[in-house]
Each structure stands twice: as C-alpha cells, then as structure tokens.
Design a protein around this ligand. Structure first.
Ligand code: ZN
Length: 160
C-alpha cells in the first residue's frame, strides 16, 4: 500500500495541516481506562497506563468524574453503560481500569466539600462502578485506583 492511498478521494477536498509521527498499529490491547476528562490529568493518566500498567493503545473513556458516570445515584447511567458494553463487545475488552482523581470538579460540585472530604465518596463510587462492571461482565479484570496530588506531584494508589 502506498502512502498516497491514505488520501482517499473524499479527503482531497480538505487541505492537509499536519501529519502525525505516530504510526498506526491495528492491534488492540483489550484494555480500557475510565477516568475524568480533566485535561490537567490526561498526561499523567497516560503515563500511569503506559508505564505502570503496560497497556499501550488502551481505550480511553474520559468523561467528567470518570467512573462516577456508571453510578446510578449520580446520573442517568444508561448511556455510559450502553457505550461501555459496546466497547467490551467490539473491542473485546478483558481489563477495565477505573481511576478517580483528587480534587475532581464533579465531586466538588455535587458534594460541596473539600478535595480531602470528597475522597470517601470517590472510593465508594469506584466500588459501585466495579460491582456494576462485574455484574454485567463477570470475567472482566477490574482494577480501581485513586489518583492523588500533593502540590505538583501526582501519584496513583490502588483501591481494594
Ligand atoms: Zn475530574
């Protein structure tokens, strides 16, 4: 396959602005991480997933509050569960990593508490989300983590 074949006829009408150094790799890793969409944490989530969990090319399910979206008491959780179920089936997921982060605006808005005071509710939501995953996908490898911040240091802690 030649490079020019990437530019299929419909793409010719749109001026090219950038070519990524990243090369396409079609292999799926069978893992998904669900975490908050807060962009200040995104690089650290990638760092954790790539360099600690060793799940390159993992699927990213990034929504405000992360795993909180799977907890019925927070939201109408039907849509995120529908989306997750589709990914489990189509992307053949075997591992789902649930990450909740310190100082999350979702919890600050909902609970009107300090970041430290929100942690118990975040851990409870992680457990509820994990139970929900295992009810729907009993063979899934589910892991829960709390991402913490002290000044500018970011760390990841397993929740059991
Ligand atoms: Zn957040």
């Amino acid at each position: 396959m030649t490079g020019s074949s990437v530019l299929t006829p419909p793409a010719h009408q749109f001026p090219q602005r950038f070519v990524s150094f990243e090369r396409w790799n079609p292999d799926r890793i069978g893992a998904l991480a669900m975490y908050c969409s807060d962009g200040r944490w995104g690089d650290a989530f990638d760092d954790f997933c790539h360099n600690h969990l060793h799940i390159p090319r993992y699927d990213r399910f990034a929504v405000p509050g992360g795993p909180a979206c799977l907890v019925e008491s927070n939201y109408d959780a039907h849509e995120p569960w529908r989306q997750l179920s589709m990914l489990v089936r189509v992307h053949q997921l075997q591992k789902i990593v649930l990450v909740s982060h310190y100082g999350c605006a979702h919890y600050a808005e909902r609970l009107k508490l300090t970041p430290d005071e929100c942690i118990p509710a975040q851990v409870e939501d992680l457990h509820h989300a994990a139970v929900g995953v295992l009810e729907r996908f009993p063979r899934m490898n589910v892991q829960m983590y709390l991402a913490m911040r002290r000044n500018d240091r970011l760390s990841f802690h397993s929740v059991t």
